[in-house]
Ligand binder design. Structure first.
Ligand code: SF4
Length: 665
């Protein structure tokens, strides 16, 4: 949480219309050094203002360069309403809080006659839980020199920090195992019964949010909070975000995936281990660890270990389709695990004069029982059950039993859109074929105004889209070698300065290996360094070429000549064997729809637009886009992709690529 300036303005008193603000000669032109009149920005601001006034939902695609943050912030400030703004990325949160809002404060209230109450909130696991730190201080159980060092740094910092936000502790590594034991996540929080409640950073963040007019969060925090409120319908204090009537979702193309993960259930072996570890540490600290409780913990650890070892083998994400057969074979182990949780919960509840945290442990054990029961026995038709295995810290394999809603639309409709008076969804990539049918259907948005605003950029002159007509189908084994050859040729024309983006890690490695030693430009590979470090190196290394996969397809902004080419290997269809994708496809087809056209193609269109969107980030950028997958030309569905992309100049002739660069160099 980062507090901003204080005192509520009445922006309505500003005798400035939106036109007078955004138009040439207006407030914005006088205050912004790089001002340009952007018709789309004014249109978007008018649409947002109307939606706020008329209490309607609005979905608006605003291409890169529209200036959409100011286009919604100005009407929000003028409305005087309390509004939550939810973003997909931390970068955008920071831009809003540190740049756009201070700028508007200055522009709208130059004489400081009004100020905005704004707060910026991150997910709870970014903040320190003081109770956990104090408990650890009483009885330090630390493993290894590294944890001791981290503990000292955190303990010293806790005395001075105003926010408890770990971002202030630059020396703490991202993957610190100790931080995970000390963060303020909700399942371990005692709430108002906590002895540190009054000076808790989360309490303070909640208080600050209650006083704010604009609350900046990210989608993860927003949906985590909404899911908690749903589960605790009768607990008015559940959640940390205040009730509001209006929410602006920026980068709204991510909503379905984020909402799906928070309205689902996930139970892992590490959740059992953490529960046992927390119970043991607490009981030891309070001198309450009886022989019987030690036995209950030992029993639970063993039963959980057996149970998770029995689950179907495999790495990554895969469907857990044969749950019934699994239970028929391993029902005894499942029941034993259930009973172990029950035993621990009962023993904890029966402890006389126990501290508050013990009630919380019993609740966690019961919650695990209920969730495990749902994961193994539920027949809910709108849920896909799946398993995910991935390596955690110290190379330990973690297994997650997952249940995810197949269709989040009915949930979002009931829990969100029916309750809000105004939701504004915006992004540079929401429309498919110029319309919002796909997004409306996936998100459960029934009554909504729509607007597609053309970009401020002159794509026809700024970008050339090249699709080689002669390459083999990317699904064939011949593709990688031919694609590598063509990439080399293209990079020679563009003199490097490129992102080469892949839909799979294996394809990226394959093509990278083929080009290693073949290119005269510095080659960077995703995975060789953290994302931010790689991007920085790309920006600083003349003619660099970066090979990357999905995490570089969005939220990456490199302006200028340094990025003059974006090559994409194939149409980015989601992996059809992914359990969530497969379940959605099956469900749409079973209801008589056509999943390919209603779900797979539109989802891939949005991803492709995101990927190509990396190239042109300002009016002065110019460069080449290349899609090596010519199914976009040859298949009937290719038309939908073509019609959804901005009006780049298009070619299938590599000589035009040479001319394009010849004339620009
Ligand atoms: S209220 Fe919750 S998060 Fe805050 S210090 Fe207590 S346990 Fe930790």
């Amino acid at each position: 949480m980062v507090p901003a300036s204080q005192s509520v303005p009445d922006a309505k008193k500003q005798d400035v219309s939106l036109y007078q603000f955004f138009a040439p000669g207006g407030v914005l032109s006088r205050s912004h050094p790089a001002y340009e009149f952007r018709r789309g920005q004014l249109q978007m601001a008018q649409a947002v203002e109307q939606a706020l006034e008329e209490k309607r939902h609005l979905i608006v695609e605003a291409g890169t360069g529209t200036g959409k943050t100011l286009a919604y912030l100005v009407p929000v400030i003028r409305s005087g309403k309390r509004v939550i703004i939810s973003t997909g990325t931390k970068n955008l949160q920071e831009q809003l809080f540190h740049k756009d809002i201070p700028f508007l404060e200055q522009a709208l209230f130059p004489n400081r006659e009004g100020k905005l109450n704004v707060c910026y909130m991150k997910g709870r696991n970014n903040y320190l839980c003081r109770k956990k730190l104090y408990d650890l201080t009483d009885q330090p159980v630390l493993s290894g020199l590294e944890e001791i060092e981290h503990y000292r740094a955190i303990a010293a910092w806790e005395k001075s920090t105003q926010t408890g936000d770990r971002a202030e502790l630059a020396s703490l590594p991202e993957a610190s195992a100790l931080w995970h034991k000390l963060d303020a996540r909700s399942d371990t929080c005692l709430g108002q019964k906590c002895s540190s409640w009054d000076k808790c950073f989360i309490t303070e963040m909640h208080r600050r949010a209650m006083e704010s007019d604009i609350i900046i969060v990210n989608h993860h925090l927003f949906f985590a909070d909404l899911a908690i409120k749903q589960q605790a319908e009768y607990a008015p204090d559940a959640g940390i975000l205040p009730e509001v009537g209006t929410v602006i979702f920026d980068e709204a193309h991510e909503l379905e995936d984020v909402a799906g993960s928070y309205f689902g259930i996930s139970v892992s072996n590490s959740r059992f281990e953490e529960l046992c570890r927390d119970v043991e540490a607490s009981l030891q600290r309070n001198h309450m660890l009886s022989v019987s409780l030690s036995g209950a913990l030992k029993n639970l650890r063993e039963r959980a270990m057996f149970f998770f070892a029995l689950l179907p083998q495999g790495e990554g994400r895969f469907a857990f389709e044969n749950r019934r057969e699994f239970l028929e074979e391993n029902g005894d182990e499942f029941i034993s695990l259930h009973q172990s949780l029950q035993r621990l919960a009962s023993e904890l509840e029966n402890l006389p004069s126990k501290p508050e945290e013990v009630f919380n442990f019993a609740r966690r054990a019961q919650e695990l029982q209920v969730q495990l029961g749902f994961l193994m026995e539920s027949d809910d038709r709108n849920t896909v059950f799946w398993i995910e295995r991935r390596r955690g810290g110290r190379d330990k394999m973690n297994t997650f039993l997952q249940a995810t809603p197949i269709d989040v639309a009915p949930i979002l409709k009931t829990c969100l859109f029916d309750k809000l008076e105004c939701a504004v969804l915006t992004s540079a990539t929401l429309a498919v074929g110029g319309g919002f049918e796909y997004m409306r259907r996936r998100l459960g948005l029934e009554y909504v105004r729509e607007s597609v605003l053309t970009s401020h950029f002159d794509y026809e002159h700024q970008a050339l889209l090249y699709v080689p007509p002669d390459l083999p189908d990317p699904r064939t084994p011949q593709f990688a070698a031919k694609a590598a050859d063509r990439i080399r040729h293209l990079l020679e024309i563009t003199r490097g300065r490129a992102f080469v983006l892949f839909t799979s890690y294996a394809q990226m490695k394959d093509v990278y290996q083929r080009l290693l030693g073949e290119l005269e430009f510095p080659m960077l590979l995703q995975g060789d360094a953290p994302k931010t470090a790689l991007l920085e190196e790309f920006r600083l290394t003349p003619h660099a070429v970066l090979f990357a996969t999905s995490s570089f397809w969005q939220g990456v902004d490199v302006q200028g000549e340094q990025l003059s080419c974006v090559i994409i290997d194939r149409l980015p269809f989601a992996v059809p064997t992914d359990p969530i994708v497969a379940a959605r496809v099956k469900s749409i087809d079973a209801e008589g729809g056509n999943a390919f056209f209603q779900y797979q193609v539109p989802a891939a269109v949005i991803t492709l637009k995101q990927g190509f969107g990396r190239l042109i980030r300002s009016l002065h950028d110019r460069g080449l886009l290349c899609l090596l997958d010519n199914r976009i030309l040859k298949k009937t569905y290719g038309r939908i992709f073509v019609e959804s992309l901005p009006n780049y100049r298009r070619t299938t002739d590599i000589r035009q690529v040479e001319e394009f660069f010849g004339s620009s160099e």
